[in-house]
Design a protein around this ligand. Structure first.
Ligand code: G6P
Length: 610
């Protein structure tokens, strides 16, 4: 999500920090800042917007020194603004942080009771206050950081600077990347390799639950839990700068596909209590009435987000006993669909800037509807035009073809449907707890599915020159058939149609021939037999078939030419699981063809015109 860079050594480091942040610009951010210590004096500069704003601030009002930290922020708690930008400071302490501190509100209220005054809306500022408090109590910096991070729940990589502890940075990590750069007489720390690659290729990757004390003489590692020493193992990174930006992957799209386990964890983090069997979405308190008493319910979105909305319909029907109309925003805005004071409009948008979706909700709000949005970008136009927003926390998505934004939208819709089911008294406890359990297992399941590209490569080798393909599925996998077809056409330029498998005989079957492959989503679920019949119809007409099937259900693979296994999961999380084969298939087809995967022709990431 955000970017971190830190330096200790003998050079003035403001330029080193800003240059490191520039190398992380590709990740997307909305504000930036640095803090440096020079002869015991700590100073910071922060600016909203692009790095150029920070650079111009630094040229008007310079700060410099041989120890410093820098950060590019991509807002998650608190809108993009100078006061929410990192580093955050308390007394002699400055902190930069990536990740989400789930229990920051509890810590904040405890510290406020002790007289602490907070200046930002961020979750990060509590870390600076905790460290400062422990320093004031007489603990050395490393111990003060260790005691502080032991209080934190969630995900973090942090770097802490203390004006009273010269030439030292203390970094710590839990579920958010952190890397040390080792050089003669200098120490570097960063969230990502590109930030420090210009200075050293000797790097050490910090593990979860480990902290680092970084000095110009070298770095030492300690286990956070019990302060036990941890061995520092360095390795030489041979990546080119471009490879490093993509985390060693060939394309951003592949990197973002691989990021989905973490992205979905971030979506559900802090919002699910397995012990209490509850979904906690305090951000929706403002629209609680609208969620419990609905006359009309519309989901409006475009492109991939519309497909997420279609998955949502199955979830709302099953879990909240309410049936939303899932609408293309570009159509809905010109219709005169009935809207009254009890109408709920849910906008789904990755960017929060899509012109048609924005216009649709403004119009609906003007006519009395309650507007809720699911969005990935804090304080974008769509959240600002909504009464309440559920953020997906997927991190910036660079590739034009949406992947992690889609699956995190589906996860957020699942949370919302469960929440609405509970609010409306429409869901029983067993269902709620089974779904929560299924959702928390999804990241690990996705992790296990990513890595073996063999079946995708085999299919791509055979069919990357196809000119037309069909994608078929039923039930909650019908939207995934649409999404599979959209992904393929977006990046490989192969014509593809997604269809409800039951509709096949009403048209698409006329396209079936030996040169037109069909992809069937046919895991072991209630639709298995029906989809299998459709598959047989295709085979009988000589059409080549690829089947996505449930691992171990070998019967499913008897009639197919290519097969991609997925693990067995409860049916409501199947769309999340089936997104992976749809994405990887499109990716490998496009890669084989040699198209511009990350920036396909004629497409834009954010469509801000009609
Ligand atoms: C563009 C993007 C798609 C996206 C759609 C809606 O077409 O290329 O990936 O699904 O816009 O964007 P939104 O930001 O509203 O989700």
């Amino acid at each position: 999500m955000c970017g971190i860079v830190g330096y200790v050594g003998d050079r003035p480091c403001a330029d080193i920090l800003v240059d490191g942040l520039k190398r992380l610009e590709y990740r997307g951010y909305d504000s930036a800042g640095i803090a440096v210590v020079n002869e015991g004096v700590l100073d910071k500069r922060r600016a909203e917007g692009k790095l150029a704003n920070l650079v111009s601030l630094l040229s008007d009002d310079p700060v410099d020194g041989p120890t410093g930290i820098g950060h590019t922020r991509w807002a998650t708690h608190g809108r993009p603004a100078e006061r929410n930008a990192h580093p955050h400071r308390k007394g002699s302490i400055a902190v930069v942080h990536n990740g989400i501190i789930e229990n920051h509100l509890a810590i904040k209220s405890e510290l406020s009771d002790q007289g602490h005054v907070f200046k930002s809306e961020t979750d990060t500022e509590v870390i600076a206050h905790l460290v400062w408090k422990h320093r004031e109590a007489g603990h050395a910096l490393a111990e003060a950081v260790r005691m502080s991070v032991l209080r934190l729940e969630g995900a973090y990589s942090i770097v802490v600077l203390d004006a009273d502890t010269p030439n030292t940075l203390v970094a710590a990590r839990l579920a958010s990347p952190l890397v040390l750069g080792v050089a003669d007489g200098e120490g570097f720390v960063a969230s990502d390799i590109p930030a420090i690659l210009a200075h050293t290729r000797e790097m050490a990757f910090i593990d979860d639950g480990v902290m680092a004390i970084v000095t110009p003489e070298g770095s030492t590692l300690r286990r956070i839990e019990d302060d036990a020493p941890v061995e520092l193992k360095t390795q030489t990174v041979t990546w080119s700068p471009a490879m490093a930006e993509k985390g060693g992957h060939k394309h951003f799209m592949l990197k973002e596909i691989c990021e989905q386990p973490d992205a979905i964890s971030n979506t559900i983090r802090g919002r699910i209590s397995l012990e209490r069997s509850t979904v906690e979405l305090p951000e929706l308190d403002a629209v609680a009435d609208a969620l419990s008493d609905v006359s009309h319910f519309y989901i409006v979105a475009c492109g991939t987000s519309w497909h997420a909305g279609m998955v949502g319909r199955y979830l709302f029907e099953e879990l909240a006993k309410v049936s939303p109309h899932v609408e293309l925003a570009s159509e809905f805005r010109y219709r005169r669909a009935p809207i009254d004071k009890k109408t709920l409009v849910l906008a789904v948008s990755q960017s929060g800037e899509t012109a048609d979706t924005l216009a649709a909700i403004k119009d609906a709000r003007g006519r009395g509807a309650t507007v809720l949005s699911i969005c990935n970008v804090i304080e974008a136009s769509i959240p600002r035009a909504s009464h309440a927003t559920l953020y997906t926390h997927a991190g910036p998505e660079i590739s034009v073809a949406s992947t992690k934004a889609f699956t995190t939208q589906v996860a957020a819709l699942h949370l919302l449907a469960l929440h609405m089911g509970a609010t409306r008294g429409a869901i029983d406890e067993a269902t709620l707890s089974a779904d929560l359990d299924a959702l928390v297992r999804v990241p690990a399941i996705l992790e296990s599915m990513i890595g073996d590209d063999t079946p995708y490569m085999e299919f791509a080798r055979a069919w990357h020159e196809a000119t037309s393909m069909l994608f078929l599925g039923r039930g909650n996998l019908f939207p995934l058939a649409l999404e599979g077809a959209l992904k393929l056409k977006e990046i490989s330029y192969i014509h593809a149609e997604g269809y409800a498998a039951g509709e096949m005989k009403h048209g698409p079957i006329a396209l079936v021939e030996e040169t037109v492959p069909s992809v069937f989503l046919n895991p072991r679920d209630d639709h298995f037999g029906k989809v299998r019949s459709n598959l047989q119809e295709v085979k009988a007409r000589g059409g080549p078939v690829l089947t996505v099937y449930t691992e171990g259900h070998e019967d499913a693979t008897r009639l197919t030419d290519f097969a991609i296994p997925i693990p067995e999961v409860p049916h409501r999380v199947l769309p999340l699981i089936c997104a992976i084969p749809m994405q990887l298939l499109a990716y490998h087809m496009a890669d084989f063809k040699g198209t511009d995967v990350d920036q396909p022709r004629n497409l834009a990431k954010s469509v801000t015109v009609e």
